[in-house]
Design a protein around this ligand. Structure first.
Ligand code: IPT
Length: 999
């Protein structure tokens, strides 16, 4: 007879599914659930071989063990007593030797002493339920081995009836971090071992109802709901009664054989827009199950994915389970807040990347209204780096385990109306086991189509799904051309009769993503496409501290990992601390369900909602000239039905609306009433239209003279070094640096893009994981744009102007810029005209920016401006920004990205006022022809470039005012296409001006 340790060691690397109770739906608020969460005894060993001998025996003395909280991950222990988290994306943190794992395998022994609830005496059955344990465990109750846990984010129920005592039960769970399961759980996230979801006892009463599935469909032709119930219950439970009070349903079935489908008459169907549910109950002799039923029907007709007869438009995000302190431990309040934040940003869909979430999350999605792709806990990505050899997706040894994983998800989540597609997993290559998973899921639930991205030829899935496909690749797919990961033209043509979606696109890493507007356009116009899911919802930074106690959000490499993938785990629309990024504002603006467009004879409002009219929105307009409101009013859109468009006459604006310079009409659609996800007044859409055709004002002529005295030049409030034109002071305040700059601190989209084998492997270029060629920042650095130095070729008076001409070139380089500064006095203020022209033009590099920097004293605290705002904007991410009067604290003008990088640019500045204690109040006015935008930052581009984390930035030495005539776009090349050609900044001439007034 093998010992406990030997059995554990063998089971650890066994790929078979673990025997357990048949899976069933998760029940929120189950009165027969008794939580075992709380404080448990815990002991960590460095290997199963060194785990405490006899710990599974009830008499074992665990009094010297530590205490930990269950659920939790031991590596996130608040006192960090038990090792560290590890972040890898594709690569494995253990040797590639599947299904084996190394000796060094952190192993946690958990023990709990518990009593049965007194009322449970005499229950015929009691189950022990684990909702999530990573990655493998053996469970012992009162000395009896009651089961194994495999499938980290899937539930397991074990029948423990025979081993329970009324009091003094001892439960022991030995958990290994690495196991055979690790090979199929290689998702891009932190490796976080432990019992991280709930543990409970589930009582099964006499006459209990074990599982209920009220398949609730909706016939959009008749408006009727239909229930097709399935009741799993023992013989002692019958008769069973189904009641749906609101619908007058009250039927009793004498036996399982009598259960029949029923038409419930007219219902309001469930949709993400109107998440209507009906309370139902199913009562057996000994147990009543309370449910919420949502009626809805998913179907594929040709290339349309329909819900309730209407085509779906998915405006989705990929959502991981993440909490900055607790990792994947579920925090309901935080999860709810996250979903509400999605709704407030016009997101209507979630892909549960890349495993089933905590079951409660799906209740929240049902309630709040979000379409869900529920994804199985499966990823074998690392096998790709070894040519997919032995891939569990195709290896017979894994077949049963993978099918088991799929069915456990389907059974757990089948009752949720929000789930409209089942997903087999992520990035697991292709193979027979995936096909078997699909078959098993279809057999159990024919009502939901199957999704899986890597089934490129559509062999066993129902929708065409791709990731990071460039716009051209999307068009290819839509039109059946054989690229975009489907090389055979016949296959490609075959796919054109199916719905298409991007399960991942727009990699939201750092500053970005760019081109959301172009993706939105493609989703709306290309045949077959139904939208997509941005990668991803939130950064996964884990709160930690430096040696000196400074708090920060750690990413890969911050915890001593041997191999890791750095900041690739920080690619969310929401930052680790919950801050909504400018990328999220852009997604809300480009993905609005209520687009407003302006035509010569009409303002056009379209309702892209799936199932709601616009009766709950209030439409208003504002007309402003040069930042001053001249008129406002209401637009009568009425209860415009979903799918409809209305052409409204233009509001009656004054006669000079089209002649006054800088004249703007802004239309706003805001909630007229409170919704469960936002208060009345919440803005759903805001769109602007420029009414006049006036050009950008050019710099004024001088009205006075500059004064040259010794080595100084006085230009109104500005003092220059006469020899170099460098600004020495403004309004008496010292300026530490000034002049034209072409460098920006590279964004991660500027600097990443060589993504594993995708760069060199045999993937189709139209899929675009990281565009080909060197990333922008490499080309910029090679061209020396990060180290340009000036040589003044002339500095002299020309009439009333002081004119300085310089060449800006890097060490050893010939490529750079020739810059002319023309300083003049206008009404006592300093005006500078800047002209930039490329020198020795190179065709192998873009430029990051063309701007002017003024390093002002540190004291500036507040900014008020008329120009674009409120947030930052770049050429390919500007839909959320509006021309208006804005104000912000200087500290809030930069975004605290996980890796410091370019931030804060707001194009189209007209005027800006900077103020602070002990510094002169500075007013800046800008001129064309290439009117600059601005940023005001505590650190310059060089300092931002050098820091890998915000806390590594040096103390601020200046307030850096950048006035940029041009900025390169953002793109999404960190994982996806580069900046689109029309948003790239190629070396070019630029002319702009600014005026500095100190008052
Ligand atoms: C893709 C993964 O599916 C996702 O989990 C994440 O890793 C993302 O990339 C990058 O952040 S796979 C990648 C090789 C395209």
């Amino acid at each position: 007879m093998p010992t406990y340790a030997e059995r554990f060691a063998a089971a650890l690397v066994d790929t078979a599914p673990a025997p357990a109770e048949p899976p069933r739906s998760w029940r929120p608020g189950d009165p027969w659930r008794h939580s075992l969460d709380g404080t448990w005894r815990f002991h960590l060993s460095d290997s199963p071989a060194h785990a405490p001998v006899g710990a599974e025996q009830p008499g074992y003395d665990d009094s010297a063990w530590d205490e930990v909280r269950v659920p939790s991950h031991w590596v996130l222990d608040p006192q960090r007593r038990y090792g560290n988290p590890i972040y890898t994306n594709i690569v494995m943190p253990i040797p590639f030797d599947p299904p084996y794992v190394p000796d060094a395998n952190p192993t946690g022994d958990y023990r709990l002493r518990f009593d049965l609830p007194p009322a449970w005496a005499g229950l015929p059955r009691v189950l022990l339920r684990f909702d999530g344990v990573e990655s493998f465990a053996m469970v012992t109750l009162n000395g009896a081995e009651v089961g194994l846990l495999r499938g980290s984010r899937l539930p397991t129920e074990l029948d423990v009836t025979a081993h329970l005592e009324p009091t003094g039960n001892v439960l022991h769970v030995r958990v290994a971090q690495w196991s055979a399961q690790t090979w199929v759980e290689d998702q891009d996230q932190w490796w976080l071992p432990g019992i991280f979801r709930d543990v409970s006892l589930v009582g099964r009463p006499v006459g209990g109802v074990d599982d209920v599935w009220l398949r609730a469909s909706y016939d959009h032709a008749t408006g009727h709901g239909h229930l097709d119930p399935e009741v799993r219950a023992g013989a002692d439970a019958w008769p069973v009664t189904l009641r749906v009070g609101e619908l007058g349903v009250d039927v009793t079935w004498a036996s399982a054989a009598d259960v029949q489908g029923l038409d419930v008459g007219p219902v309001t169907p469930w949709s993400a827009d109107v998440p209507r549910r009906y309370a139902a109950s199913v009562a057996g002799a000994g147990e009543t199950v309370d449910l919420q039923v949502g009626f809805r029907t998913v179907e594929i007709r040709g290339r349309d994915l329909l819900v309730n007869g209407r085509r779906l438009r998915l405006r989705g995000v990929n959502r991981h389970e993440y909490h900055p302190d607790q990792g994947r431990v579920f925090d309901e309040a935080a999860a709810r807040e996250g979903l509400l934040t999605m709704k407030r940003h016009n997101v209507n869909a979630v892909r549960t990347s890349h495993y089933p979430p905590h079951p409660r999350l799906l209740d929240l999605c049902d309630e709040i209204g979000l379409w869900v792709i529920d994804e199985c806990d499966l990823e074998t990505h690392a096998f790709e780096l070894h040519g997919w050899e032995g891939n569990p997706s195709d290896h017979p040894a894994w077949r049963d385990a993978l099918v088991d994983r799929m069915l456990r998800m389907v059974e757990r989540d089948k009752a949720h109306p929000c789930v409209v597609l089942w997903s087999l997993g992520n990035e697991s290559g292709t193979g027979a086991n995936l096909a078997a998973m699909a078959t098993a899921a279809r057999r159990r639930d024919p009502s939901r189509p199957i999704h899986y991205e890597s089934d490129y030829e559509g062999a066993y899935t129902d929708v065409v799904s791709r990731m990071y496909t460039p716009l051209l690749g999307m068009a290819d797919l839509a039109e059946g051309r054989g690229r975009a990961h489907t090389r055979r033209p016949a296959q490609a043509r075959r796919l054109t009769d199916r719905p298409m979606l991007l399960c991942e696109y727009a990699h939201a890493m750092g500053n970005g993503p760019g081109a959301l507007a172009e993706y939105e356009e493609a989703f709306s116009t290309l045949p077959g496409w139904h939208g997509g899911f941005v990668w991803e919802w939130r950064d996964h930074g884990l709160r930690t501290t430096t040696a000196d106690g400074t708090e920060f959000f750690g990413y890969g490499g911050d915890f001593g990992e041997v191999v890791h993938d750095g900041s690739f785990v920080m690619d969310g629309l929401v930052l680790s601390d919950g801050t909504c990024s400018p990328g999220l504002a852009e997604l809300a603006a480009t993905g609005t369900p209520v687009p407003v467009t302006f035509e010569p004879d009409a303002v056009v409002v379209t309702n892209l909602h799936h199932a709601r009219d616009l009766g709950r929105l209030a439409f208003t307009w504002t007309w402003a000239v040069d930042g001053e409101v001249r008129g406002e009013g209401v637009l009568d859109v009425g209860a415009l039905p979903a799918g409809a468009s209305v052409r409204l006459p233009w509001p009656d604006l004054g006669a000079d609306a089209r002649t006054a310079a800088d004249s703007w009409l802004t239309v706003t659609a805001a909630l007229a009433v409170d919704e469960p996800w936002a208060r009345a007044g919440h803005v759903v859409t805001r769109r602007q239209h420029r009414l006049d055709a006036a050009g950008v004002p050019l710099p004024p002529e001088p009205t006075g003279a500059v004064h040259v005295r010794d080595d100084r030049v006085s230009v109104g409030p500005v003092e220059l070094d006469a020899a170099t034109g460098r600004v020495l002071s403004v309004g008496g305040a010292a300026v530490s640096a000034s002049g034209v700059e072409l460098w920006r601190a590279p964004t991660e989209n500027d600097s990443l893009g060589a993504f594993g084998s995708y760069e060199t492997g045999d993937v189709d270029e139209t899929r675009g994981h990281g565009a080909p060629g060197a990333p922008s920042s490499q080309r910029w650095r090679a061209a020396g744009l990060d180290r340009l130095v000036p040589r003044t070729t002339s500095a002299r008076l020309e009439g009333d102007d002081y004119v300085v001409v310089q060449r800006l070139l890097p060490a050893q380089g010939r490529h750079g810029a020739c810059v002319t500064y023309r300083w003049r006095v206008v009404d006592g203020d300093a005006v500078c005209l800047v002209h930039v022209a490329p020198v020795a033009v190179r065709t192998d590099t873009t430029w990051p920016r063309i701007g002017y920097r003024l390093a002002l004293p540190t004291g500036y605290a507040d900014a008020a401006w008329y120009g674009s705002g409120p947030g930052e904007a770049y050429p390919d991410s500007a839909a959320a920004s509006l021309v208006g009067s804005w104000r912000a604290a200087v500290d809030d003008l930069a975004v605290g990205y996980a890796v410091p990088q370019e931030t804060g640019h707001r194009p189209g500045l007209r005027r800006l006022t900077l103020t602070g204690d002990g510094v002169p109040r500075l007013e800046v006015t800008t001129y064309g022809p290439h009117r600059p935008g601005f940023s005001v930052l505590r650190h310059d581009a060089y300092e931002l470039d050098r820091a890998a984390h915000p806390h590594e930035l040096p103390p601020s030495r200046a307030t850096h005012l950048y006035l940029d005539a041009f900025q390169h776009g953002l793109g999404t090349r960190s994982c996806g296409p580069d900046v689109l050609p029309e948003h790239q900044l190629w070396p070019r001439e630029a002319s702009f001006g600014f005026r500095l007034r100190v008052r």
